[in-house]
Design a protein around this ligand. Structure first.
Ligand code: RB5
Length: 148
């Protein structure tokens, strides 16, 4: 396991699922930094996506798992932070591939889209995958060059 530290955040729509996934990821042997929120008031997913993304971009966390109702808004916010490659997944195949081919450093999930069992499968597929490099490395470098 090369990545060890996982940062997690969500908006109000995904607190319960985030906490369940945090417990599961911890049980898989990772260090989880769950940066909340913990109370159910309506909140703003761009803040939570950016906060988790900054921890990954700075190297404080190796990878991130973030959630909102659909996973889409928080993904869009995270991808605005330089150095971040975040994808939304609702299936385990895509979750494996965003790591293996796209070297995604954050996984986003929609708590109103997937149930807990499927979310666990998706997170396991993402965390257990490894970036394949090679031609995929060339393409990931091309994505990152678009930031310049
Ligand atoms: C909040 O109601 C909802 O818009 C948010 O969780 C998310 O789905 C946005 O993309």
């Amino acid at each position: 396991m090369s990545a060890k530290r996982i940062v997690m955040s969500s908006d109000h729509a995904a607190i319960e699922l985030r906490q369940a996934l945090a417990a599961h990821i911890t049980s898989m042997g990772y260090e989880v930094d769950d940066i909340g929120p913990t109370t159910p008031e309506s909140t703003h997913y761009p803040d939570h996506g950016a906060n988790a993304a900054r921890k990954v971009a700075s190297g404080e966390a190796d990878l991130g798992v973030i959630l909102c109702g659909t996973g889409q808004g928080i993904m869009m916010a995270a991808n605005k932070i330089p150095g971040i490659r975040c994808g939304v997944c609702s299936d385990a195949f895509s979750a494996r591939m965003i790591r293996a081919h796209n070297n995604a450093n954050i996984l986003s999930l929609g708590a109103r889209v997937v149930g807990e069992g499927l979310a666990i499968d998706i997170v396991e597929a993402y965390l257990n995958a490894e970036f394949e490099g090679g031609r995929h490395g060339t393409r990931v470098d091309m994505i990152m060059a678009l930031e310049d």
